[in-house]
Design a protein around this ligand. Structure first.
Ligand code: IVH
Length: 713
């Protein structure tokens, strides 16, 4: 339908139009509106026909609003073919088309309380009502799935269709009949209704979706991009058993049409939207529920209360079981709804309150390679800045080389970025169809970008590593870690101070932190007596830290806060560890092999022992006091006493790293799936072990992320 070149052109044009100023005259407005129409039609095709948009909903909405604005300014520009004059279409050629009993319209959009206030005022102005009058609104989630329309006649489901172009939809009755939340018979007749058309959204629970994709990975099938695609695709299959297997649910949110035996409009009998939804719920439909305190649906006494409910849901959207991309605010009274009516595109009595977009596309312009405290090299993508959920994002971690290769991310790619809730932004995928051939493979360096020593990658680790302990980047990173909150917790001492003092030659080793010259610091730009004194006080305080903090602050690979506490509980003085052999470590329940080797290697290095002695002389506490001795953690460690097995490819850490983490959290790694196994962590492309564990039914199966969450990372 569109060639690659056209797509690339339309994508670039869209981004340009989003930035473009208001045209100054009619000629310029004519040009710009033509371009807007062209790009909007393209994005509607990507969204509705391909189920694979290349720009965020928010960007689409902004293009749409721009066009609407121009057409309002110059009504001559409004043609019947303009996307503003109709509902966009998701009709396919695979099904018979049927006509809806009443047109299915779209929704106007709003983004903040101000927009909602304008919406409320527009209604009052339109109806000639005083502005201080309060209109009642019913507010409910805007479900992000596929729209459906269900027709019931004499209590029986006789037909189901997609929204299509708003007038006509694809007939998908056999598919819809497989959805358990859609009653095949419902008691409409008890209320006098003989024929009804219901509107709703077909949607898949987020956790069900995750499991389904895991299973698809195991079975070697392609993965669904998101629950919405899995649901809309599931509605449009030719095989109803495929629809059934996707565990789609249908939320009903509107009675679009209702006829009584004498042919009159039953909607006249029902007074409000809220009553109607309540009735539908009573006769067996799944609806957004009203609950005292904290429901999905709420009747609000005015627009301010409606706005508050929207904001409330914006905050909790990620913890909700279904994907929602906003809330819908509807005038509750049918009488008022009728009086205010609709445009060709949307009802004037309803508006979507759109949440801030979690996904956006932008260009990957450059990759930086950062050296971590234990020498791991992390590729970091530098992006053209984009707005994501209200925050500007200009760089995201690419984790490691496998991540880049598995996703086939290239320099110059347009990438889809997501930031959900408090999760760190990440790249979902490159937009392959927007490539123009100029994209380049990301070259992973062979040498450390800072000290130039050759990089090595251990067989079971995800990261390439710089093994030069004197690498400047590592030294600085180790110092940053040393002073950080979880380690020595030196207040007011952070990355920028460390870098500054390092450049001044004041910091070369961790010990130097404890022999800073505060008079010199007080002379520095941006410091002064007071902050120098504060820093001194914070460092003096840190010297008295319990020794588990010191152990964790040393940047020994895998020696996290939990393992540090376990070790600290076993010793009286930090330097005792230099005399420990492997057997002594493995006597401790939760300390694994990998960590043991790392600690032994650290204490075998004479330089490190010397460093600790120096620090002790400078007053850093190395001895365990009984009051500081951490409680034995084994009992409350998150995986205490559990057996665990990792299978498949992990994307956020290497296998050994994962095993070390599991051990530190109290688990024992075992190598086979049997009745003894408690937990299986399944990475990408997990195979027979996962199948076997599923068959056993006694094994707790976790994704990599669930595992990390469980151990508190
Ligand atoms: S009411 C005449 N309520 O959003 C207005 N729509 O962008 C009909 N949607 O195609 C829409 N949740 O599929 C309404 N609670 C809800 C909704 C909802 C999701 C969808 C609907 C429509 C789209 C409009």
């Amino acid at each position: 339908m569109y060639s690659k070149e056209e797509q690339r052109h339309l994508f670039d044009l869209s981004k340009k139009l989003l930035e473009a100023p208001e045209p100054s005259d009619f000629a310029a407005a004519t040009d710009q509106s033509a371009q807007l129409r062209q790009t909007i039609v393209y994005h509607e095709w990507r969204y509705y026909a391909l189920n694979d948009p290349v720009i965020s909903d928010y960007e689409y909405d902004m293009l749409y609003k721009k066009l609407e604005g121009l057409e309002n300014r110059f009504p001559e520009l409004r043609s019947p073919e303009s996307p503003t004059q109709r509902v966009s279409s998701d009709l396919t050629e695979d099904f018979a088309t049927v006509e809806h009993l009443t047109p299915m319209l779209s929704l106007d959009n709003s983004y903040n309380a101000e927009d909602l206030k304008d919406f409320d005022e527009r209604i009052k102005n339109y109806l000639g009502l005083p502005l201080d009058l309060e209109i009642e609104y019913c507010v409910e989630p805007k479900f992000d799935g596929g729209t459906i329309a269900l027709v019931y006649e004499n209590d029986q489901l006789i037909r189901a269709a997609t929204r299509g172009n708003g007038q006509m939809g694809d007939e998908i009755t056999p598919n819809i009949r497989t959805l358990r939340s859609v009653p095949l018979r419902a008691g409409f007749s008890e209320t006098g209704i003989v024929k009804a058309e219901l509107r709703g959204e077909a949607i898949i629970r987020k956790d069900v979706f995750e499991k389904m994709n895991e299973q698809r990975a195991t079975d070697g099938l392609s993965l669904f991009a998101n629950p919405r695609n899995a649901a809309t695709g599931g509605l449009r299959t030719k095989d109803p058993s495929e629809t059934a297997s996707r565990r789609i649910e249908a939320f009903i949110y509107q009675l679009g049409y209702a006829e009584t035996a004498d042919g009159s409009n039953a909607l006249d009998l029902l007074k409000t939207h809220d009553d109607t939804v309540e009735l539908l719920s009573k006769i067996g439909f799944k609806v957004p529920l009203k609950k005292a305190g904290d429901g999905e649906r709420k009747v609000c006494k005015n627009i301010a209360e409606a706005a508050e409910f929207c904001m409330h849901w914006q905050k909790k959207r990620d913890s909700y079981a279904y994907e929602i991309d906003g809330m819908v605010v509807k005038v509750n009274s049918f009488e008022l709804q009728r009086r205010v009516g609709s445009t060709a595109h949307h009802p004037r009595w309803a508006i979507a309150f759109k949440f801030k977009a979690k996904q956006a596309t932008t260009r990957l312009v450059h990759v930086d390679f950062q050296v971590g405290k234990v020498g791991s090299i992390t590729p970091v993508a530098k992006l053209e800045p984009v707005q994501l959920a209200g925050v500007t994002v200009s760089s995201v971690s690419l984790h490691n080389e496998d991540f880049i290769r598995n996703k086939d991310i290239r320099l110059g790619d347009t990438v889809l970025v997501e930031r959900a809730g408090d999760v760190i932004p990440y790249i979902v995928k490159p937009m392959e169809e927007l490539r123009d051939g100029s994209e380049q493979e990301i070259q992973f360096p062979k040498n450390c970008p800072v000290c130039n020593s050759p990089l090595v990658r251990a067989e079971d680790e995800a990261a390439w590593r710089c093994e030069n302990p004197d690498c400047e980047a590592q030294i600085i990173q180790r110092m940053i870690h040393h002073v950080s909150k979880n380690a020595m917790d030196i207040d007011g001492f952070g990355e920028s101070q460390i870098e500054k003092f390092y450049r001044l030659g004041w910091l070369r080793s961790l010990a130097d932190i404890y022999r800073l010259d505060y008079e010199q610091i007080a002379q520095l730009d941006g410091f002064g007596e007071k902050s120098a004194a504060n820093l001194k006080a914070a460092i003096e305080k840190a010297k008295q830290n319990p020794i588990y903090r010191l152990l964790h602050s040393l940047s020994i690979h895998h020696l996290g806060i939990k393992a540090s506490k376990i070790l600290a509980a076993e010793i009286g003085h930090v330097l005792e560890l230099k005399d420990w052999d492997e057997e002594r470590f493995t006597r401790i329940h939760n300390i694994g092999k990998v960590l043991t080797h790392n600690v032994i290697r650290f204490f075998q290095n004479e330089k490190n022992v010397e460093l600790l002695r120096e620090m002790e002389e400078l007053g850093v506490n190395m001895t365990q006091t009984e009051e500081d001795r951490p409680k034995t953690v084994s009992a409350d460690a998150p995986l205490a006493g559990k057996t665990i097995l990792f299978t498949g490819t992990l994307s956020r850490m290497g296998r050994k790293e994962a095993q070390a983490k599991a051990e530190a959290a109290g688990a024992k790694n075992i190598s086979a799936v049997s009745g003894n196994l408690n937990i299986l962590v399944a990475g990408e492309a997990a195979g027979s072990k996962l199948k076997k564990a599923q068959a056993l039914g006694t094994v707790q199966i976790l994704t990599e992320d669930e595992f990390l969450a469980l151990i508190g990372e």
